[in-house]
Design a protein around this ligand. Structure first.
Ligand SMILES: Nc1ncnc2c1ncn2[C@@H]1O[C@H](COP(=O)(O)OP(=O)(O)OP(=O)(O)O)[C@@H](O)[C@H]1O
Length: 314
């Protein structure tokens, strides 16, 4: 429960924001609950950053209402900033200050005492694996290291709500895994976590819920568990591709042939995991030597493609 209102987490309704003639956000509803990681997904220019800036009190909506843990970012921007951590997609930094100094300064800006800020900075530098570089000036950090520092900055004041715009971009695979487990842990501690990303396979692993936006509007909101249950495409490979095709034809299963990783595979659409298991059983029973049988794309990617295809047809 938020201190200043009835809802914990984020509730935004009917949001609109234009820049001159461009309607960046044009009737957007968005919710994110405490204890969950919510993914914000949409094509380039669909309004994700504009939405996050409004949630973070850094940009005023032209219309609509926002509550962040019960607080209104328009009426009470300081209140919202005190409970919210914001990791922008690119972060300007103080080039001559060290990571340790930057975090110390950010801590002081949030009103944390010097000793407590130092302790918190050390703890976060450890978590984002920057301890070795803590006393190097900011300008020597690589892009991925800057991203990790940016995450530490967003967490300095232990925010209850965390907004991250493309947090994984520039991170190496190990750092991506660290990021995922950090965000899961923060959600488990009750934090409201919102992540925008174009890497949908990563969100499959990380998010509980996804909000899809296009053209500045919400076009779909779905839990990842629901996405997992929906109809999806499976890719099948066999030692003998022609035998596989013949068997699919005899079972009256429509399929397309797709060249992947230098080999042909058949792509079919199945309604559920049960249906997939039954198809695999029948192929094997029919003597097809199946070597691979798996979803052709992640659950959120599947929703994204079908949702955006629907949008294009509007
Ligand atoms: N300050 C601005 N002035 C003018 N137009 C802007 C401004 N900020 C955003 N826009 C426009 O608003 C639209 C939405 O932009 P936004 O950055 O919110 O998209 P996004 O979904 O975050 O995109 P991406 O996935 O590429 O990061 C775009 O058409 C963009 O050009």
């Amino acid at each position: 429960m938020g201190e200043g209102g009835n809802y914990g987490g984020i509730v935004a309704e009917g949001l609109e924001r234009g820049f001159g003639a461009v309607r960046a956000v044009a009737g957007l509803d968005f919710r994110a609950s405490p204890g969950e990681v919510t993914a914000l997904i949409g094509p380039n220019g669909s309004g994700k950053t504009t939405l996050m800036l409004m949630l973070a009190s850094l940009l005023k909506p032209d219309a609509g209402t926002i509550r962040v843990d019960g607080l209104d970012p328009v009426a009470d921007p300081r209140g919202v900033r005190a409970i919210l951590g914001w990791m922008p997609d690119t972060l300007g930094s103080w080039e001559s200050l060290t990571s340790r100094e930057i975090l110390g300064l950010v801590g002081r800006m949030y009103g944390i005492g010097a000793a407590a800020a130092r302790r918190r900075a050390d703890e976060l530098l450890e978590q984002v694996r920057l301890t070795q570089l803590a006393d190097q000036p900011g300008r020597v950090l690589s892009r991925g290291q800057q991203q990790r520092l940016s995450l530490a900055r967003a967490l300095m004041h232990r925010p209850r709500v965390l907004l991250l715009d493309e947090p994984a971009s520039g991170l190496d695979p190990g750092a991506r895994i660290d990021l995922r487990s950090m965000l899961r842990r923060l959600a488990a501690e009750g934090c409201t976590v919102v992540v925008s990303s174009h890497v949908l396979s990563e969100l499959d692993e990380m998010a509980d819920r996804a909000v899809f936006v296009a053209g500045g509007r919400t076009v779909r909101s779905q839990s990842v568990a629901e996405a997992d249950l929906q109809a999806r495409r499976y890719a099948i490979r066999a030692l003998d591709g022609q035998g596989l095709a013949a068997r699919l034809e005899s079972l009256s299963v429509p399929f397309g042939v797709h060249r992947a990783q230098r080999r042909d595979e058949a792509v079919v659409r199945v309604g559920s995991e049960t249906e997939a298991a039954e198809l695999l059983r029948r192929l094997v029973a029919g003597g097809v030597a199946v070597t691979a049988f798996a979803p052709a794309s992640g659950a959120l990617e599947e929703t994204y493609l079908s949702t955006m295809a629907g949008e294009a047809a509007r």
